[in-house]
Design a binder for this molecule. Structure first.
Ligand SMILES: NC(=O)c1ccc[n+]([C@@H]2O[C@H](COP(=O)([O-])OP(=O)(O)OC[C@H]3O[C@@H](n4cnc5c(N)ncnc54)[C@H](OP(=O)(O)O)[C@@H]3O)[C@@H](O)[C@H]2O)c1
Length: 191
C-alpha cells in the first residue's frame, strides 16, 4: 500500500492525537469536537461513509458507551464489504481482555466483544482473497496524558510513535498475509 491515507477516531485528543501526529499529513483525526460522536448511530454511518475516502481506518476511540466501538467496526466493515473497498481496518482493543476486572466490567466486556468481532472480520477476509484486511491490536498501557495522570502509571507505556509504526508495518505487508490480532506491551528503558 503506497502512501495510504489514515482516518483515526479519537484522533483529536489524547493518544489518538499522538497517533495522528506520527502519521503526518496523510492522516485525519475525528472526535466529538467536530461532531463525530461514535455513540450516535447516524454518526457511525457517516464515519463509515467517510472511511471510504481513506485506505486505513483506525478504530481507536472508546467512549463511555464502550460497545459503540464494536458497533462502529460493524458499520465500517459492512460498508467496505459492500463496495469492495481496498485497504486496512485496525481497531484498538485492550490487553485487559485477558483478565477479569470487576471495576471496569463494561469496558472489559466491550473490548472482548471488539476482539471477537474483529477476528470474525479477519476470518471473513481469509475466505475472500483480494479484499481489504482487518486487525485488532491489544495494547497494555499506552503512553498518553491520561495514563500518566493515573496513580497506577508505572512510569512507562507503549509509545504512540511505536504504535503508529506497527500499524504502518501491518499495512505494508503482502496482501495475502493476514494478522487477525496482536498483543502489545512495553517495559521500562534500561537504566
Ligand atoms: N490508555 C491506555 O493505557 C490504554 C490501554 C489499552 C487500550 N487503550 C485504548 O486506546 C484507545 C484510546 O484510549 P486512551 O486511554 O488513550 O484515551 P484518550 O487518550 O483519552 O482518548 C480517548 C479518545 O476517545 C475520543 N472519544 C471519547 N468519547 C468519544 C465519543 N463518544 N465519540 C468519539 N470519540 C470519543 C476522545 O476524543 P474527543 O474528546 O476529541 O472526542 C479521545 O481522543 C481506547 O480504545 C482505549 O480503550 C488505552
Amino acid at each position: 500500500m503506497n502512501s495510504p491515507r489514515y482516518l483515526i477516531t479519537g484522533g483529536t485528543s489524547g493518544s489518538g492525537k499522538s497517533l495522528l501526529a506520527a502519521f503526518g499529513n496523510s492522516a485525519r483525526g475525528i472526535g466529538r469536537g467536530d461532531r463525530f460522536d461514535i455513540t450516535d448511530a447516524g454518526i457511525r454511518s457517516r464515519i463509515a461513509e467517510l472511511s471510504l475516502e481513506f485506505e486505513v481506518f483506525v478504530n481507536h476511540a472508546c467512549s463511555n458507551k464502550p460497545f459503540s466501538q464494536v458497533e462502529l467496526l460493524e458499520e465500517v466493515f459492512s460498508k467496505w464489504k459492500k463496495v469492495n473497498h481496498q485497504g486496512y481496518i485496525v481497531s484498538t482493543g485492550s490487553y485487559s481482555t485477558y483478565s477479569l476486572k470487576p471495576h471496569i466490567r463494561l469496558y472489559t466486556a466491550a473490548k472482548l466483544a471488539l476482539d471477537t468481532y474483529s477476528r470474525q472480520c479477519s476470518k471473513w477476509c481469509e475466505n475472500h482473497p483480494g479484499t481489504f484486511r482487518v486487525s485488532i491490536i491489544r495494547p497494555g498501557i499506552l503512553d498518553s496524558e491520561r495514563s500518566r495522570a493515573k496513580p497506577s502509571w508505572p512510569g512507562y507505556g507503549v509509545d504512540m510513535q511505536d504504535y503508529a509504526k506497527l500499524i504502518q508495518f501491518l499495512t505494508t505487508q503482502p496482501t495475502q498475509l493476514l494478522v487477525p490480532d496482536l498483543v502489545l506491551s512495553s517495559r521500562d528503558v534500561a537504566p
